[in-house]
Design a binder for this molecule. Structure first.
Ligand SMILES: Nc1ncnc2c1ncn2[C@@H]1O[C@H](COP(=O)(O)OP(=O)(O)O)[C@@H](O)[C@H]1O
Ligand SMILES: [Mg+2]
Length: 304
């Protein structure tokens, strides 16, 4: 017969298993997150989340850092600048053809304030959706706007919004498409800071020098205020040696910019968008949630 005493012994024996240690560690990290305070920036920090590689975690990072900062009480706006509209989906914001979004801002001079939607799952969190129409926006902008104007459309829209808004966001995250075209140039021109998510896998650093060259070109010709402030290591798998090597490599090259927090590969992170939610609300205690909340706090407290 199974006695209560035996049962509690076996529970006690579990304290030292890797799983029990991980659970205890997660509980501790969640308490630290709950207790942490975040700095409110004196003026809106505008980030472009860029990497011309697809599938490196740009959208996941934009949505979950935004949600993390909103959960800590800051006001955050995500601008979806990818025609696929993945950030809009992950934030639970409709983005079918009838919805007005960033396309109308870029091609029809709609004010940004007219296309901002509130997240259904969180306070303080807002989104400008992207519809599939955005796929044609680059061509339209090239056809209709002078060369000197077309790189600045998003910057002017954001500046106009910040001047007239009674309540300004503390953070704006622009989620870029996986290319270095006119949409991405508009994001670089509008932002003060670039955040590059780097996936901890073999080809991670490939293409990075091209991205850095493009940032330098933008600094020189279009936006001298732009700085590469933040690199976030994503989809880290601690079972592989390679992930650790990539992380070390990135830290060697970018010791100042790379956040200490690393985002682990986690099933819950990948599942959350199909529930139209950031992972932070979808599963409040998953390792991905903990890491994105820690990254948000670190980003806020390092300052601009
Ligand atoms: N930390 C993670 N763990 C597991 N899956 C992830 C993680 N981050 C992103 N993903 C998944 O990887 C895919 C690519 O991520 P995404 O953020 O859409 O990249 P990008 O915007 O750069 O194309 C998506 O299916 C996403 O759900
Ligand atoms: Mg994306």
């Amino acid at each position: 017969m199974f006695h209560v005493e035996q049962f509690s012994n076996s529970i006690a024996g579990m304290d030292d298993t890797p799983l029990a240690r991980e659970l205890a560690n997660n509980t501790q990290r969640l308490s630290a997150i709950a207790a942490a305070t975040v700095k409110t920036p004196s003026k809106t920090r505008i980030f472009t989340i860029s990497n011309q590689k697809g599938g490196v975690g740009k959208t996941t990072t934009a949505v979950n850092l935004a949600a993390g900062l909103a959960q800590k009480g800051l006001k955050v706006l995500v601008i979806d600048l990818d025609p696929q509209g993945n950030a809009s989906t992950a934030l639970g914001i409709e983005h079918h053809g009838e919805v007005s979004g960033i396309y109308e801002v870029l091609t029809e001079s709609a004010p940004l304030s007219s296309v901002i939607r509130k997240s259904p799952s969180m306070e303080n969190l807002y989104c400008v959706p992207a519809t599939i129409d955005l796929a044609g926006a680059e061509m339209e902008m090239i056809a209709t706007l002078a060369e000197s104007d077309r790189n600045h459309v998003l910057r002017l829209a954001i500046e106009g919004f910040l001047q007239s808004a009674s309540v300004k966001p503390d953070y704006i995250f622009i989620d870029c498409p996986p290319s270095l075209g006119l949409l991405t140039i508009n994001a670089f021109t509008a932002a003060n800071e670039v955040l590059i998510p780097i996936q901890c896998e073999y080809y991670a650093l490939e293409g990075l020098s091209q991205l850095l060259r493009n940032i330098q070109l933008i600094q020189k010709h279009l936006n001298p205020n732009l700085q590469l402030s933040t690199i976030l290591l994503t989809m880290f798998d601690n079972r592989t040696k390679l992930a650790g090597q990539v992380a070390d490599d990135v830290r060697d090259h970018f010791p100042e910019q790379t956040l200490k927090t690393v985002i682990p590969r986690s099933v819950r992170v990948a599942e959350a968008p199909s529930f139209q939610q950031p992972v932070i609300t979808y599963d409040k205690t998953s390792p991905g949630t903990i890491a994105y909340l820690e990254a948000a706090i670190e980003l806020a407290n390092r300052g601009a």
